[in-house]
Design a protein. Structure first.
Lengths: 246, 246
DNA sequence: ATGAGTGGCTACTCAAGAGTAGGCTCCCGC
DNA sequence: GCGGGAGCCTACTCTTGAGTAGCCACTCAT
């Protein structure tokens, strides 16, 4: 059985400090497992992209905690150490995907707002941006809006950044065209993005019941009627609060 | 009150009956660990409530995964097995808290909508319900809106139920007073609750910058302007979709 | 061929934490 | 006093999964 170098097994007495006991049970060496078929060899960048894709699928399907590195490796058709040759750890792998999703949404919202100077069209375009993001077949939105790792500061930071940037982008348009100060404009912007986000999310779960274009138009209409109800800064002055009987 | 029985100190084994306190920190082999002060004995219901409070604090602060049962026990000032005498497992403990939060919000939204027949007041009241829920000092909203256990079907079900019930409640008012069918009404309702939820959440993180009453009024105004822009079913007929080209 | 570099694999270590076994101590009814 | 049950405790077991050590195989330039 032991063909030749059985000495290769234990590198050296690996025992560290505090074990009273049992060095090693029975490390009978030789060939414990059959070699298994060799996997396809890929270039570094290509492999990295493939790993990111596999990881996204698994994280999206299971969430961070339920996703095992072994699962991701298996999905990519390779073994765990390869994963660690490309990413220092599970967290960094997750963050790479999360970052990409966050940047994607922020960019889409900014582009939507910059695509026109007509505010009604801006609302429509921004709404479409949210729907597009949610409808993306790779479901990256789950990492951004439904992360199960928000307890991790690095993740919190990304998600907060996304919220903040999107809110700021919308708020600055509001602040430009009304007499609202920064803070009230931010609050209104939060309300509008919230409507977009939650409505798009809802629509996604009920996909098929309402055509996407119809859904977008309907919610955009809601948002536009809401925000356009406030007077523009050149309409006069003084913000027309509802019946402010605080 | 605890003037008397000092004998309660050491279980048995080691020497007892020594003077109050300051005995000997003698690491007698028979007593591997210092006795530790005896805990207060509580009745079953009282203990259960205390455990739920401790668990909520820990889950809210750390999330489900980062919260250890040991942490919860420590927070409650008892040991782990006691926790398991009251709850079959970590998940059930979490679900008990989540359920409570979900029911709380659903009830608040329903009450807000039923509190008046004036739709503008309904919007204001519902907005207040969301802000109240978010502002609750026990922060239960974190379990409902920021759970890190959504991968667990039992949790998903609760969160989905919350979303669904709140949306239905709002949608039924919309459907009653407009010509919208069920699905469009649900979508609009999702948009409105989304605005409430995200704006309230935003306001909470920026607490202090805007008084709560002002924030509520502002977002309620946004929502009301938005939804009241759609024609009532007795205004005429045919829903006035924006520029519905589809 | 050959040896080195690259890509990959199997099989481990190790820590954390859920859940459990078994025993002590108080109090209450006898 | 004296069972006995209720309430707690300490100190385990056992599983899971991240991260690692060390070896093997293919390919290509010399």
């Amino acid at each position: 059985m032991a063909v030749s170098d059985d000495a290769a097994m234990t590198p050296m007495a690996s025992q560290s400090g505090s074990g009273p006991s049992v060095a090693s049970p029975d490390p009978t060496p030789s060939a414990p497992t059959p070699p298994a078929a060799p996997r396809e060899r890929l270039g570094r960048e290509e492999r990295r992209r493939q790993l990111l894709d596999a990881a996204r699928e698994v994280f999206v399907a299971s969430g961070y905690h339920a996703a095992a590195m072994d699962d991701i490796a298996a999905k990519a058709g390779i073994s765990k150490p390869v994963l660690y040759q490309h990413f220092p750890g599970k967290l960094e792998l997750y963050l790479a995907l999360l970052d990409s999703g966050v940047e994607q949404l922020i960019a889409a919202v900014r582009e939507a707002l910059a695509s026109t100077t007509d505010n009604e069209e801006r609302v429509v375009a921004t709404m479409a941006a949210y729907f597009t993001f949610m409808a993306d077949p790779d479901s990256t939105f789950r990492l951004v809006f439904e992360s199960d790792l928000t307890a991790e500061p690095a993740v919190r930071e990304r998600v907060d950044r996304m919220t903040h940037e999107c809110t700021v982008a919308v708020a600055s348009v509001i602040a430009d065209d009304t007499d609202f100060d920064h803070e009230p404009a931010m609050l209104l912007a939060a309300g509008l993005t919230g409507a977009a986000q939650v409505a798009a999310r809802w629509w996604l779960t009920k996909d098929g019941d309402i055509p996407r274009a119809t859904a977008e138009r309907l919610v955009a209409s809601l948002a536009w009627r809401g925000i356009s109800g406030f007077p523009r800064s050149d309409d006069g002055d003084g913000v027309d609060y509802p019946d402010a009987a605080g």
